[in-house]
Design a protein around this ligand. Structure first.
Ligand code: 5AD
Ligand code: SF4
Length: 478
């Protein structure tokens, strides 16, 4: 088979053609439903967890829209319900089971024809599949992280039979490019640059459920970014579990810093963000590229997890507090206005009060503008789950609170430093609480609320910062 340009068609292109055919078939059925009932079928889509999942859900929603469903925010009106699940911490899993209990009732009483689909990280675990098979038989479609693009085929299969469709792959096969997509924001977009993770941090389930690291080629990434720019997108977020190892395994290896420089050249893209950076391989080359590329935001998310070298070793993180602080120092030297954020885990097995104090030291020394803070959650199958000295719950929650007592005043101070400055805010959306207020972000990722009108969304607005609310700033237009 050949494509329009006359070159051989890749298997992934044929797969796309197959899925588009399923989309067409489902659309015919959904159109017939609309003719008969005077309304379209509705879908409710929920993305749990990280930005990667949020972006995957944009693709799922794009496919569902092409199938002739329309989106609803009201779950109890939906004919098709899809949860893109997360399993990084236990809470996320408990939430899914809780919602499935509610959905059983919904299907029995309200809408017996509703289709319930589950996908994403949680579904890659055998224990979860067993639980679903035994206790949650009202689920209709189950698939994982490697075959998201097959949604149309799975929906078509479910429409033809009354049995639950399970399709879980153990590994990645091909990346299907050019899926239909509904972007959550018209002016900013996420772009996957790589999938999976090779790091096996000892607490983390991600490498088991998202597979080994695979980078997309710079050509595919740039083509997507150019297309986004042509659609009016001004800000892109480059996504990967560890962007600093981007490109190392490509046929023509390239570094993340080189990729950043290429994206920086794309006309129309005014802001470039990326996450996540692993401190173990953040290079001087990357800091230099960040400093030199005018469109790359002066903001770095650099998860530290712990400030204790012993805990970091047991976490399999491959850096020390000292080498982490060295990166912070170099980044600040190259970019004095940079804002840092981080991820911190409290209560990793074996964490002593002394280890915890070292985490507080890192917080004080790094002066984060924001931080994602987590209580350690035991994930079956990871090395940390079988480590001795799990820390008692009351000790962990006490440490967690004491950590916030140190962190929040610093976050407040970092925000306070902005008061009085004029900053460019990328207006993203109308505030949910007040329709005369817009919310947006500064280059260094601070959230700003300021008076404005809907037509300003998508614009870079000069704003004077007049007040500080710790986690966000108040501005006025100048
Ligand atoms: N328990 C608590 N936090 C975790 N994270 C990953 N796995 C766990 C776990 N088992 C956190 C890490 C990571 C972020 C995405 O989630 O801080 O950087
Ligand atoms: Fe998990 Fe570590 Fe990979 Fe991040 S780098 S996804 S924390 S294993």
């Amino acid at each position: 088979m050949e494509n329009k340009a006359g070159s051989a068609v890749k298997p992934s292109e044929m797969e796309l053609v197959r899925q588009l055919e399923y989309i067409r078939m489902i659309r015919e059925k959904n159109d017939a439903f609309e003719m008969a009932n005077g309304r379209k079928k509705k879908f409710y889509s929920l993305a749990m967890g990280c930005q990667m999942n949020a972006h995957d859900s944009e693709k799922l929603e794009g496919m569902l829209t092409e199938m002739g469903f329309e989106s609803t925010d009201v779950e109890k009106e939906a004919d098709f319900i899809i949860y893109n699940t997360c399993c990084v911490r236990e809470n996320a899993e408990l939430k899914v089971y809780g919602k499935l209990g509610w959905l059983k009732h919904y299907k029995e009483v309200k809408n017996p024809d509703a289709i319930i689909a589950l996908c994403g990280c949680m579904m890659q675990q055998e224990t979860v599949l067993q639980t679903l098979r035994q206790k949650y038989r009202h689920v209709d479609i189950v698939f994982g992280t490697f075959n998201l693009y097959k949604l149309p085929e799975l929906v078509a299969t479910r429409m033809e039979s009354d049995r639950t469709v399970y399709d879980i792959w153990q590994e990645h096969k091909e990346v299907v490019e050019d899926l239909p997509i509904i972007r959550h924001f018209p002016y900013k977009a996420s772009v996957n640059i790589m999938f999976g993770c090779n790091n096996f941090c000892s607490y983390c389930i991600v490498p088991y459920v998202r597979g080994r690291e695979r980078s997309r080629t710079p050509e595919d990434i740039l083509a997507e970014v150019r297309k986004l720019a042509a659609d009016g997108v001004k800000e892109v977020m480059l996504l990967g579990q560890n962007v600093n190892s981007y490109g190392k395994n490509l046929d023509n290896p390239i570094s993340f810093a080189e990729l950043l420089r290429m994206v920086n050249e794309v006309e129309g893209i005014e802001r470039i963000r990326f996450m996540t950076s692993h401190p173990k391989d953040l290079s001087d080359e990357l800091i230099k590229a960040m400093a030199e590329c005018e469109h790359v935001c002066k903001y770095l998310h650099l998860p530290v997890q712990s400030g204790s070298d012993e805990i970091l070793r047991r976490m399999n993180r491959h850096y020390t507090k000292e080498s982490y602080m060295e990166i912070v120092r170099k980044a600040r030297e190259a970019m004095p206005d940079i804002t840092l954020s981080t991820d911190i885990i409290v209560g990793f097995p074996g964490e002593t009060e002394e280890d915890f104090q070292k985490t507080l030291d890192v917080i004080r020394e790094s002066r984060y503008g924001s931080a994602f803070t987590f209580i350690y959650s035991k994930r079956t199958g990871t090395p940390a789950a079988v480590m001795e000295d799990q820390v008692p719950e009351d000790v962990v929650s006490d440490r967690f609170n004491r950590m916030l007592d140190v962190l929040n005043p610093i976050v407040h101070e970092v925000h306070e430093e902005q008061v009085g400055k004029v900053m460019t805010v990328f207006a993203e959306e109308v505030s949910k609480q007040n329709s005369s207020i817009l919310t947006g972000r500064t280059d260094n990722n601070m959230l700003v609320h300021f008076p404005g009108t809907e037509d300003m969304i998508g614009q870079m607005v000069p704003v004077k910062i007049i007040d500080n609310k710790t986690f966000y700033l108040i501005g006025e237009r100048i």
